[in-house]
Design a binder for this molecule. Structure first.
Ligand SMILES: CCCCCC/C=C/C(=O)SCCNC(=O)CCNC(=O)[C@H](O)C(C)(C)COP(=O)(O)OP(=O)(O)OC[C@H]1O[C@@H](n2cnc3c(N)ncnc32)[C@H](O)[C@@H]1OP(=O)(O)O
Length: 344
C-alpha cells in the first residue's frame, strides 16, 4: 500500500491533493492567501504533487481510500475481501418449502448491503431456483431493512489492475447479475420487508410481483452518489410510472413511501407492517399451488417480447456506470460514506 496511517485531517487534505491531481493534473491555480487556512492546506497538498501524471495520482488516490478503510486510527471497519462471507455462508439463505423457493438477504447488521460475494451467490441461487421444482421464487430481507443496495466497501477492494480494472469487472458483474433477473423463467416475487435502496429498488422493475410493508421506502439516490441508473430502470421506471415520476426518483433521488410506490405502479400491494408476513405468505402459498407450467408460460408471454430490449439496455447502463465509477463525483461520495460523513 502506498500510504501509511494518517490522522483524519491529514488524510483529508492529502486526499484532496491526490483527487485534484487525478482529475485536473498538476496544480494550476494561484496560492490562496495565508489566512485562508483550509484552501491553502488543500492547495499545498495538490502543489506538492508537482508534475505527477494524472493516472498515477488516480491510482494513489484509490490506494489512499483503501488505506482509510484499513486504518486502525480511522473509525472505518472494512472486512477484507478474503474474510468476507463465502458461498454457503449465512449472508444469503435459500429455503424451499410449499412450492416456493425463498432467497433471503441476511446481513441485517449492514442493512443487507450487497457484497460482491452476495451478487455471485444470488446469481447461483436464481440459477438453481430456475431449475428446482418450486413454482414461485421470492427475494426478501432479514431484519428491519430489505436492502441498502450495493455495499459501498466493494469499492475499496482494488485489484492489481487498478481502478479501471475494478470498474470493468464491476460492470461485467452488474450486467451478468441483472441478466439473470431479465431471463428468470418463473414468477419472481419481491417481499419488501423494509426500506430498499439503490440496485435493490431498480431491479424491482424486472420482478413480476412486489409486495411491501407500509414501513418500506424506495430510494435511488444515484446523482447523490455520482452514479447513474441500473437494473434496466432507465427503461422500466419511465414505462411503469411515466418519465416525469421516474426522473424524480432516478435523477433527483426522491424517496417514495410504500404507498407512493404502489400508486406509481412499482409496488403491487402494500400491507400493514403488523400483518405483512402473515398476509403475504398466505397469499403466496395459495399462488404456488397453481399449475407451475401454466404460470411459467404465462410469464413468458407477458415478458418475452421485451427481453432483447432489456438486455441491450442492461449492457448500455452497465457501460455508462463503468465510466461513472471512475468519476470524481462517485469517488467523493464513496469516500464521504466510508469516512462516516454522509448517509442518505
Ligand atoms: C456489481 C456491482 C453493482 C453495483 C451496482 C450499482 C449499485 C448502486 C446502488 O445500490 S447505490 C446505493 C448504495 N447504498 C447506499 O448509498 C446506502 C448507504 N447507507 C446509508 O446511507 C445508511 O447506512 C442507511 C440510510 C441505509 C441506513 O442508515 P441507519 O439506519 O442510520 O443505519 P447505519 O448507517 O448505522 O447502518 C448500519 C451499518 O450498515 C452499514 N451499511 C448500511 N448500508 C451500507 C452500504 N450500502 N454499504 C456499506 N455499508 C452499509 C453502515 O455503514 C453501518 O455499519 P457500521 O455498523 O457502522 O459498521
Amino acid at each position: 500500500m502506498v500510504f501509511g496511517i494518517l490522522s483524519n485531517n491529514e488524510a483529508k487534505k492529502e486526499r484532496k491533493g491526490w483527487m485534484k491531481q487525478a482529475t485536473e493534473g498538476p496544480c494550476n491555480v494561484p496560492k490562496p492567501g495565508v489566512l485562508d487556512f483550509i484552501n491553502k492546506a488543500k492547495w499545498d497538498a495538490w502543489n506538492a504533487l508537482g508534475s505527477l501524471p494524472k493516472e498515477t495520482a488516480r491510482h494513489n488516490y484509490v490506494d489512499l481510500v483503501s488505506s482509510l478503510s484499513a486504518s486502525s486510527e480511522s473509525s472505518i471497519q472494512v472486512t477484507p475481501a478474503a474474510d468476507r462471507k463465502q458461498p454457503g455462508s449465512d449472508a444469503l439463505v435459500v429455503t424451499s418449502q410449499d412450492g416456493i423457493t425463498t432467497i433471503t438477504l441476511n446481513r441485517p447488521d449492514k442493512k443487507n448491503a450487497l457484497t460482491t460475494q452476495m451478487y455471485h451467490d444470488i446469481m447461483l441461487a436464481l440459477e438453481a431456483a430456475s431449475k428446482d421444482d418450486s413454482a414461485i421464487t421470492v427475494l426478501t430481507g432479514n431484519g428491519d431493512y430489505y436492502c441498502s443496495g450495493n455495499d459501498l466497501t466493494n469499492f475499496t477492494d482494488i485489484p492489481p489492475g487498478g481502478v479501471e480494472e475494478k470498474a470493468r469487472s464491476g460492470a461485467v458483474l452488474l450486467r451478468d447479475f441483472v441478466d439473470r433477473f431479465i431471463d428468470f423463467p418463473k414468477p419472481l416475487v419481491a417481499v419488501v420487508n423494509g426500506p430498499a435502496v439503490g440496485i435493490s429498488v431498480t431491479i424491482l422493475g424486472l420482478f413480476d410481483i412486489v409486495y411491501a410493508t407500509d414501513r418500506a421506502t424506495f430510494h435511488t439516490p444515484f446523482s447523490h452518489l455520482g452514479q447513474s441508473p441500473e437494473g434496466c430502470s432507465s427503461y422500466t421506471f419511465p414505462k411503469i410510472m411515466g418519465p416525469s415520476k421516474a426522473t424524480e426518483m432516478l435523477v433527483f433521488g426522491k424517496k417514495l413511501t410504500a404507498r407512493e410506490a404502489c400508486t406509481q405502479g412499482l409496488v403491487t400491494e402494500v400491507f400493514p407492517d403488523s400483518t405483512f408476513q402473515k398476509e403475504v405468505w398466505v397469499r403466496l402459498k395459495a399462488y404456488s399451488k397453481l399449475p407451475p407450467n401454466a404460470m411459467r408460460i404465462s410469464k413468458q408471454v407477458i415478458r418475452n417480447t421485451e427481453k432483447e430490449k432489456l438486455h441491450a439496455i442492461n449492457a448500455e447502463e452497465s457501460n455508462i456506470l463503468r465510466e461513472r465509477w471512475l468519476s470524481d463525483e462517485c469517488m467523493n461520495a464513496v469516500v464521504s460514506f466510508l469516512s462516516k460523513k454522509a448517509k442518505l
